[in-house]
Ligand binder design. Structure first.
Ligand code: FES
Length: 90
C-alpha cells in the first residue's frame, strides 16, 4: 500500500457500476468462477492487462496473469475469457 502513494486505485466495485465491463461480461460468458476466492484478483489483473494492451498475445496473457493462483484450476477459462474480452473491446 505504501508504494501506491497518492496514485488512483480502481477496485472491483469501481470497475463497472453495473457489471458491464467487457472482462466481467466475458467472465460470465465463459462461466469462469468456481468458488470465487481468487476472482477479484483475476478480473482486476485481466482488466489492467487489457487497459494497457488491448490485444494481448497468449504469452502476454500468461505473463500478465502469472502469480494469480486459482486453487479451483480455472486457468483455461480465464485465458479464454480474456481473449473474448479483448475481441469485444477491439
Ligand atoms: Fe476458486 Fe479461483 S475460483 S480459487
Amino acid at each position: 500500500v505504501s508504494r501506491v502513494g497518492s496514485r488512483r486505485i480502481t477496485t472491483i466495485e469501481g470497475l463497472s457500476p453495473d457489471g458491464t465491463h467487457p472482462v466481467q461480461q466475458a467472465w460470465l460468458e465463459h462461466d469462469v468462477a468456481q468458488c470465487g476466492y481468487c476472482q477479484v484478483g483475476q478480473i482486476m489483473s485481466a482488466a489492467a492487462l487489457l487497459a494497457r494492451n488491448p490485444s494481448p498475445s497468449d504469452a502476454e496473457i500468461d505473463a500478465a496473469m502469472d502469480g494469480n493462483i486459482c486453487r479451483c484450476g480455472t486457468y483455461v477459462r480465464i485465458h479464454a475469457a480474456i481473449k473474448t474480452a479483448a475481441a469485444k473491446r477491439g
